[in-house]
Write a protein that binds this ligand. Structure first.
Ligand code: AMP
Ligand code: ZN
Length: 273
């Protein structure tokens, strides 16, 4: 029996994972690639990103409590921040590549990211270092809402087929500071963020996927326009790879060779037989 397992390290939220666990994650990534109707390139990110970019998109203003920063010591011994922070989400790496451009047709890009967020709770599935597979879409407002809703439908069907019983919930991001309630209410009122929530541990329910529309936030920030010169809209469909693996292990057990045939077939998990 090959047990998929993670091991806690000295600090919470940064588990080690074994090869069976990684095989499950590779299987997810294979499924998601096959599910993507655009079939585009998948870019892989390093775990760090330019501080200037994260400042430009306002992350440090909206989510400073989650942001990790790279500091190093100068020869004097004085420790100071570098030009890098830890990447909090994959899609931020994509938009700047279209800076200043006019897009005559919609754009689709995939990205696989190593992310960091300084989470305040350390329940199962709430990691500080985790992997995210995202699909990003640049289009009109209508195009972005439609694309996001199609990804939610596709992901919901897939999660059901692998036995995770997803529930679709209207959601908001964990904004910081005095404006947080207003920002979250605005996000919910306009249905900008939906999540697919599953059980990842006994009585613990978390999102394994979010479908987001950003209106013209990134189009405005990076001066990306559509054919008529108007700011482009964007959307992303984001899957939490580690959380998905934890949810499957919680639901079907740690030995993937003993998982139901239908689940194994969906994931094309031949290697464990
Ligand atoms: P978000 O950008 O917050 O919508 O996150 C996209 C997806 O990444 C979520 O639906 C989760 O599956 C995953 N994710 C977000 N935060 C964490 C975390 N702290 N630990 C593990 N996975 C996470
Ligand atoms: Zn995103």
């Amino acid at each position: 029996m090959v047990r998929a397992a993670t091991r806690t390290q000295a600090a919470p939220g940064i588990p080690l994972s074994n090869s069976a666990f990684e095989t499950i994650i590779d299987a997810f990534h294979g499924c998601l690639t096959r599910m993507d109707p655009a079939g585009g390139d998948i870019w892989r990110t390093p775990p760090v990103v330019a501080r200037a970019l994260i400042t430009e998109v306002g992350y440090g203003e909206y989510f400073p409590h989650l942001l990790g920063s790279v500091h190093v010591a100068a020869e004097s011994g004085e420790i100071s921040p570098t030009d890098l922070v830890l990447l909090p989400a994959g899609c931020y790496c994509i938009y700047p590549h279209y800076r200043g451009r006019t897009l005559m047709t919609p754009v689709d890009v995939g990205v696989e990211a190593i992310c960091f967020r300084q989470e305040s709770s350390h329940e199962v599935g709430r990691l500080r270092s985790f992997r995210m597979r995202e699909f990003v879409h640049l289009d009109t407002e209508l195009g972005c809402f439609g694309w996001r809703d199609e990804w939610l439908n596709r992901a919901e069907a897939w999660l059901s087929a692998i036995g995770l019983a997803p529930v679709r919930e209207l959601a908001s991001d964990p904004f910081f500071g005095a404006q947080r309630k207003v920002l979250a209410a605005m996000q919910r009122d306009q249905a900008l963020k939906w999540e697919l929530v599953v059980e990842v541990g006994p009585g613990i329910r978390q999102a394994v996927m979010s479908g987001n529309v950003h209106k013209t936030k990134f189009g405005d920030t990076f001066n990306i326009t559509g054919p008529g010169g108007e700011a482009i809209h964007s959307a992303c469909a984001a899957f939490g790879s580690d959380r998905l693996a934890l949810a499957l292990i919680h639901t079907h057990g740690p030995d993937p060779s003993a998982w139901p045939d239908t689940v194994r077939a969906q994931l094309i998990l031949g290697g464990f037989a």
